[in-house]
Design a protein around this ligand. Structure first.
Ligand SMILES: [Zn+2]
Length: 196
């Protein structure tokens, strides 16, 4: 087998890190007893991009740094698992913004604990044309969309959401590639989805 070049090594490293992150942030793992310590250890070896908060060994992640991707479209997701799920569909060519969760008062998660401020500043700085919400179709996801939308009222930016009428089985990561891909293609203005 030929030796891998540096680029291949980095790609492999990233895939491994994403794999570990995927496992450590899964629901099953979180419920397990050793999860807290292991998750901390995992977070310690992972670096995150400062703009989009994706896993990255550089300050700008490989997706944001890719000039072939549409930098004017940002897809808002809860975590890196959602990035992997959407990337697997090959139906999205913009960039991502990872919130780190959704607003959930019952779980003690408020807007300040999420990467919402950095999203709003990105929208102004990057002259974003479209913001696509790909959040779980539940009350927490809806609350988060509503909150972010209110915060960006002075910005000229199209706001859409992936089609949410289709049964995802609860969360994005559980959606099959075809369904998720289709829902990305059929995204709709968020106003039509959430009535204020
Ligand atoms: Zn990025």
């Amino acid at each position: 087998m030929p030796l891998m070049n540096l680029r291949d090594c980095r790609a492999l490293e990233r895939r491994l890190l994403c794999g570990w992150y995927y496992i450590f942030s899964s629901r099953k793992w979180k419920r397990s007893k050793v999860s807290a310590r292991r998750s901390q250890e995992c977070a310690g070896i992972l670096n995150f991009a400062s703009g989009c908060h994706n896993v990255s060994d550089a300050d700008i992640c490989s997706i944001c740094a890719n000039s072939l991707r549409n930098q004017r479209i940002i897809c808002v997701v809860e975590n890196i698992r959602d990035v992997i799920a959407i990337e697997n569909t090959q139906q999205f060519s913009g960039t991502y913004h990872i919130l780190g969760g959704v607003i959930s008062p019952l779980d003690g998660i408020g807007p300040d604990q999420l990467q919402i401020e950095s999203l709003i500043s990105r929208l102004a700085k990057e002259q974003t044309e479209e913001l696509v919400f790909a959040l779980s179709p539940n009350i927490q996801g809806d609350t988060t969309i509503y909150y972010i939308q209110k915060k960006m009222q002075n910005l000229q930016c199209r706001v859409t959401t992936i089609a949410r009428g289709i049964a995802f089985g609860g969360e994005l990561e559980y959606a099959d590639e075809l369904t998720l891909g289709r829902s990305l293609q059929n995204r709709m203005p968020v106003d039509r989805y959430i009535s204020h």
